[in-house]
Design a protein around this ligand. Structure first.
Ligand code: KG4
Ligand code: ZN
Length: 345
């Protein structure tokens, strides 16, 4: 590896953002280009995998060019190219992996594949250079709801996950029921600011006293019955007198309290005093308040993603790859994409 500065381009196409970013020395962000596909998926109230793959194919070259131009770094001057190669939508991942391989070969620079979930967990610490491990890791997004014990970097031991909808997906579906549009998380959070979180007693799906798993589909059904009546189709109009703000606030509170309780349990069971959070739902303000307060009361600190780094981005991919490169690791042009977390075999 060259001496300073080390510049890495990170490519991210695992879901519905086509993203690329250049990071210097593992911490200085030189560019962060994120092209969201939200308008393409909005009519379907969720991510459509084939639409995502096609849009990545159309945009990846432009996004990479933009990231390099903003970083004033010609491709051949890079020290490595990194790509999120797992987990995610397989067609979407393949676009980024193929682009990264082609560029690494053309520019004659090392290629590194990184785990998207691990990358999310470092978004709060890579700029300080701190080693936050051992820690509990929580990834909460439209596609993931996962709790890990992370004894050391790179070792993600699954503690719990969702048995049905991902947490962001639950926000999106309830927002759709309430007619709030897509993506639903920010819309519900905005509506909730003007609502009473105690207006409706939504269940807290804890799944038993020691469970670290999540289940959000019951909450979604409870919201549907509450606002449209039992057995009503999703397309039915809202019942008269329903306050969207109150439903949004009460639903959000149930989700937030459930997450906080699961994290508290995980930290206690594994004896950890640090919690790393990543993913789009980590931008939820109420979650931050409640989880921070839970941490203060139960002896753990919570590290949140840096500004603008909650949602998928190429910066987190480059930042994680820097650590691998510094350890002398790299991948070959036979790097594979995998829909599953962990190293593909
Ligand atoms: O990480 P992300 O951009 O994409 C993946 O799913 O990988 O996360 C997007 C998800 C969406 O479901 C969106 O509704 C949710 O994160 N989200 C939020 C908030 N901002 C985004 N959920 C709750 N509160 C928010 N403020
Ligand atoms: Zn993600």
């Amino acid at each position: 590896m060259k001496s300073n500065p080390v510049r890495i381009l990170g490519i991210e196409t695992s879901c519905d953002e086509t993203a690329a970013g250049v990071v210097e020395d593992g911490r200085r962000i030189l560019s962060n280009v994120v092209l969201s596909q939200i308008p393409l998926h909005a009519p379907f109230s969720g991510v459509v995998p084939e639409i995502a793959s096609r849009a990545h194919v159309q945009e990846i070259v432009r996004v990479v060019e933009h990231a390099l131009a903003e970083a004033s770094t010609p491709g051949p001057d890079l020290d490595a190219i990194a790509v999120a190669n797992r987990p995610g939508l397989i067609g979407a991942l393949l676009v980024g992996v193929t682009a990264a391989k082609a560029l690494a070969w053309a520019w004659g620079i090392p290629l590194l594949g990184v785990d998207h979930l691990q990358a999310h967990l470092l978004t709060g610490v890579f700029q300080t250079g701190e080693d936050p491990f051992p820690a509990i890791g929580l990834v909460i997004s439209g596609g993931h709801t996962a709790l890990f014990d992370v004894p050391r970097e790179g070792e993600l031991l699954p503690l719990g996950g969702t048995t049905d909808d991902a947490v962001g997906e639950a926000f999106d579906k309830v927002a759709s029921i309430l007619g709030l549009g897509y993506p639903g998380g920010p819309a519900i959070a905005r509506a909730a600011e003007h609502g009473n979180p105690k207006a409706h007693a939504f269940p807290r799906p804890l799944l038993g006293p020691d469970s670290l798993d999540f289940s959000f589909s019951g909450l979604k059904t409870a919201a549907l019955y509450l606002v449209k009546g039992k057995n009503a189709p999703r397309s039915a109009p809202l019942l008269a007198g329903i306050s969207i703000e109150d439903v949004a606030a009460s639903f959000q509170e149930a989700v937030v309290e459930t997450i906080a309780e699961k994290v508290r349990r995980a930290a206690r069971i594994r004896g950890r005093d640090t919690v790393l959070v990543g993913g789009g739902v980590a931008s939820n303000r109420r979650l931050r308040e409640v989880l921070d307060a839970t941490g203060r009361a139960h002896g753990f600190r919570v590290i949140w993603p840096g500004a603008g780094l909650s949602t998928d981005n190429g910066v987190m991919v480059a930042a994680l790859a820097y650590r691998r490169l510094a350890r002398g690791e790299r991948d070959g042009l036979d790097l594979e994409a995998s829909p599953l977390p962990g190293t593909p075999v």
